[in-house]
Design a protein around this ligand. Structure first.
Ligand SMILES: NC(=O)c1ccc[n+]([C@@H]2O[C@H](COP(=O)([O-])OP(=O)(O)OC[C@H]3O[C@@H](n4cnc5c(N)ncnc54)[C@H](O)[C@@H]3O)[C@@H](O)[C@H]2O)c1
Length: 463
């Protein structure tokens, strides 16, 4: 099938950048990204590309090139579904917060709503592409809804999980390590796979496009995130051991990373992983394993989350202990709130949890992040429901100038590895701080020796 019109439901961190690159690389295909969130769509359509709802290096250029030519952002969901031969579902699949599987299983209500809407609207045959990360065997549920409530048209379901990393999304999409496409192993299924292979084929080499059955594709995405998060928890577990034994976690990571079987990437000790995916996808994997009675498998992967929670708590508690066992009334400056650099995404960011613990200890937290809004930071804290919104607003202050955050502070906590933090005038910062001036580097980004030379007392994870 020759695809001329693509619709993508969900204009978020995945749907927006992914479709922008598909449109950029396929000028002959019309790509319409739809969302229920009018504000988000308006931001995608903003003439000023600085106002796109998602910050990703290089994204403004890609959107600038394709938008209005063959890339469109709209709230007219039915119309886009009707016009498209291929529909990507890229809606959120958060952890369930209610009922059976609460706190573990993926909440598939948004996926089901999409399936029902497609079934209601579609008048011609469609290929449905699961772009969202989904529990293994979800395609079966989608197919059942489509086949039983549709208008008698034929649907093929493909799984095409997204492996982009936020902060490098455009780079990852333009030169992916691989594209994964799973589909039914029937003549119709194989034809649908081929149609999607052709879309990617306009810029991705054929040998980097892997095709599998549906279940392998769905499970591969959960597995990839579980392995990545496991590496972070593994090195973080060792960071605590380094601190008590005199070993240096960066030296250990460098030594083991030279082993080609281990490899050097993803071995940086930190205050813990965040982001919308790792935790939710592992919890989901644990839930699936449990639901098949595979308790040992479930327990094995759950430990990755337990270790991550421990690391965040340990960082905050170490701050309190170092600051003479009390931070009450003390000014603690945060550098960074996003879960990693080069993104404005804060979901599950370690900063939120560290702030929550420090606010419980009655600290005055002042935050500077180059890309995250104050509104988002307060929303993140309110989401935890630890205290009232008023109390969060009283305890946490957000500033737009880093030097303002750091002035008069008792301690600084680095929670995101933004490059600009390395370029600050640290002597000037030291001069304006309370003494002794403490730095807790949760991302190992600052020059410890240089800071100590100035007079700072520096704590770096794993040293
Ligand atoms: N963020 C990442 O780095 C990343 C990477 C790979 C995969 N994923 C997966 O991709 C999926 C989407 O993630 P995201 O980060 O883009 O989420 P997101 O929350 O940023 O975006 C989802 C969007 O879908 C919209 N939406 C929900 N239901 C809708 C409906 N019925 N009709 C129209 N719009 C609807 C929401 O309004 C929202 O804007 C998730 O399953 C996630 O696990 C995310």
């Amino acid at each position: 099938m020759n695809i001329k019109n693509i619709c993508c439901i969900g204009a978020g961190y995945v749907g927006g950048p992914t479709m922008a690159v598909i449109a950029q690389k396929n000028p002959d295909i019309n790509v319409t990204v739809v969302d229920l969130n009018e504000k988000r769509i308006a931001a995608w359509n903003d003439e000023n590309l600085d106002n796109l709802p998602i910050y990703e290096p290089g994204l403004d250029q890609v959107v600038g090139e394709a938008r209005g030519r063959n890339l469109f952002f709209s709230t007219a969901v039915d119309e886009a579904i009707d016009n498209a031969e291929m529909i990507f579902i890229s809606v959120n699949t958060p952890t369930k917060t209610y009922g059976v599987g609460k706190g573990m299983a993926a909440d598939l209500k948004y996926i089901e709503l999409c399936a029902r809407q497609i079934a209601r609207v579609a008048k011609t045959d469609k290929i449905i592409v699961e772009k969202s990360t989904l529990p293994v065997r979800t395609a079966q549920a989608i197919k059942s809804i489509l086949d039983n409530t549709g208008n008698g048209v034929k649907f093929q379901i493909l799984s095409n999980p997204e492996f982009l990393a936020e902060g490098t999304a455009v780079e990852d999409l333009q030169a992916p390590d691989r594209v994964l496409i799973g589909g039914e192993q029937t003549p119709e299924g194989l034809a649908a796979i081929e149609a999607l292979v052709n879309v990617y084929g306009s810029w991705v080499a054929t040998e980097n496009i892997i095709t599998t059955n549906l279940w392998s594709s769905e499970l591969s995405k959960l597995t990839a995130n579980a392995f990545l998060a496991q590496r972070v928890s593994s090195i973080n577990a060792l960071s605590e051991l380094c601190e008590v034994t005199g070993a240096d976690v960066n030296e250990v990571a460098n030594a083991i990373g030279k082993d080609s079987r281990i490899g050097p990437k993803f071995l940086k000790a930190s205050v813990g992983f965040g982001g919308s995916c790792f935790q939710k996808d592992i919890l989901n994997l644990v839930y699936i394993a449990k639901s098949y009675g595979l308790d040992a498998v479930a327990d094995y992967w759950e430990q990755v989350i337990i270790m991550n929670d421990h690391q965040k708590r340990r960082f905050a508690k170490n701050m309190v202990k170092t600051l003479y066992n009390t931070v009450s009334g003390k000014k603690i400056a945060f550098l960074g709130w996003a879960f990693k650099k080069d993104t404005n995404d804060t979901r599950e960011s370690a900063a939120i949890y560290v702030a929550d613990i420090l606010l419980d200890e009655q600290a005055k937290v002042i935050v500077y992040d180059p890309k995250v809004t104050a509104q988002q930071m307060y929303a993140d804290l309110d989401y935890l429901q630890t205290r009232s919104s008023e109390a969060n607003e009283q305890g946490l202050t957000v500033v737009k100038n880093p030097y303002e955050a750091l002035q008069g502070a008792h301690a600084i906590a680095v929670l995101t590895e933004w490059d600009e933090f390395k370029t600050y005038d640290w002597q000037k910062i030291y001069d304006t701080m309370q003494k002794p001036a403490f730095v807790f580097d949760g991302r190992s980004v600052l020059d410890k020796a240089a800071l100590e030379q100035i007079g700072f007392q520096v704590y770096v994870i794993g040293q």
